[in-house]
Structures are given as structure tokens and as C-alpha cells.
Design a binder for this molecule. Structure first.
Ligand SMILES: Cc1cc2nc3c(=O)[nH]c(=O)nc-3n(C[C@H](O)[C@H](O)[C@H](O)COP(=O)(O)O)c2cc1C
Length: 185
């Protein structure tokens, strides 16, 4: 696939085939993805690949989180829905970075770490793998941060859900970029 098509056709995917993704493949893709520009070469990123029992614990956390404050059948329904949504994801990649005390460094480090995530999604897309970058409210909870073993001094960057795409959503409309481009001669 040529790179222009790859960039335009990649979509965020959150529904996956019941087909395993090898963690070796994910590691290989991450290693390639990490070839990003990075000011001062701080390389602040770290990743955790989650499958198996830990994935089940994550799905349970999501179930607890989405059913909080509910009772009876409503609670069970909310729990099962969130549990199902989380457990159908074949692989999770948690992304963290060292959080510099210096604002500019932090922003630039976040920029570089974000590039890795996008590289990962493009490399994956070419292999038929879909993914979505998530930062929803569950990821702000103490239970989530404990489960993914975030370390003191680290910033959580994203929860990547990854697998062979079952359903590819339609592209969200983009603004006409001509309206955002200025030429200064
Ligand atoms: C920093 C960041 C955080 C995101 N967090 C979420 C999220 O929590 N939930 C979600 O459904 N999508 C999330 N997304 C995915 C966007 O919703 C998605 O990229 C956007 O709708 C455009 O769709 P596309 O990626 O298919 O072009 C996030 C994307 C980024 C870059």
C-alpha cells in the first residue's frame, strides 16, 4: 500500500476478530515504530503488552467502573457490556513516558511518544491489524494505574487496543485543509 493511501485509509478500530495477535509481532512493530524524531533524544517511552489473565483483570476493572453506582440487573448489564467490550480486544499496549519537570521537554517528549503510536497504527494497518488509542475516564482511576504498573514520575500516554479488525468504521469528516494553510512569501 502506498503511504498516502495508508495514511488516509487507516481508521481507529475497536471491534476485533476472535483471532490472536502474537506478542512477538507487536514487539517487532513497536521496535520499528520507535524510530521517531525526538528532540535531545530523551527516548522517554515505555510499553506494556497485555494479554491473558491481566487482560481479564482489565476487563473486570472496566466492568466495575462502568457499573459503579448501579444496582441489580442494571449493574449486571453494565458490567457485562464493558467486560465484553474489553475482553474482545486481543492485545493491549499501554504507553507511558517519563514526565520531565520542564514543560517544553514534556511537550516535546509527548509529541515523540505520540509519533510512535501513530507509526504503530500505520505499520499495523498495512498488516491488516486495526487499533485505537484510548484515554477514557477508566484510565484515570487508581485501580487502572495500579494494574498497568505505572511508575512514579511517569505519565500515562495511552491505552492501545489492537487486533485484526472486525469492523472498520467510516472515516470522520476532516476540515478542508486549504482553510488552515497560509502561505507567507
Ligand atoms: C490522544 C488520543 C486519545 C484518544 N482517546 C480516545 C478514547 O478515549 N476513546 C475513543 O473512542 N477514541 C479515542 N481516540 C481516537 C479518536 O476518537 C479517533 O482517532 C478519531 O475519532 C478519528 O478517527 P480515525 O482515527 O478513524 O481517523 C483518541 C485519539 C487520540 C489521538
Amino acid at each position: 500500500m502506498d503511504i498516502e493511501t495508508l495514511i488516509k485509509e487507516r481508521r481507529s478500530v475497536s471491534l476485533f476478530e476472535d483471532k490472536p495477535v502474537s506478542t512477538e509481532l507487536v514487539k517487532e512493530m513497536l521496535k520499528t515504530s520507535a524510530w521517531v524524531p525526538n528532540h535531545k533524544m530523551t527516548q522517554p517511552w515505555r510499553f506494556t503488552i497485555i494479554t491473558g489473565e491481566t487482560k481479564d483483570q482489565l476487563a473486570n476493572l472496566a466492568g466495575d467502573f462502568m457499573s459503579r453506582g448501579k444496582t441489580g440487573e442494571d449493574k449486571d448489564r453494565a458490567f457485562n457490556k464493558a467486560y465484553g467490550t474489553f475482553s474482545q480486544v486481543p492485545v493491549y499496549v499501554m504507553v507511558y513516558m517519563d514526565e520531565s519537570h520542564e514543560l517544553k521537554r514534556r511537550q516535546e517528549d509527548y509529541a515523540s511518544t505520540s509519533l510512535i503510536i501513530h507509526n504503530l497504527s500505520l505499520i499495523g494497518w498495512e498488516k491488516g491489524l486495526g487499533m485505537i488509542w484510548k484515554t477514557g475516564p477508566l484510565t484515570d482511576t487508581e485501580a487502572f494505574r495500579e494494574l498497568i504498573e505505572i511508575k512514579p514520575g511517569e505519565k500515562f500516554v495511552g491505552m492501545i487496543q489492537l487486533g485484526y479488525a472486525k469492523k472498520v468504521p467510516r472515516a470522520m469528516p476532516r476540515i478542508d485543509l486549504d482553510t488552515r494553510i497560509t502561505e507567507l512569501n
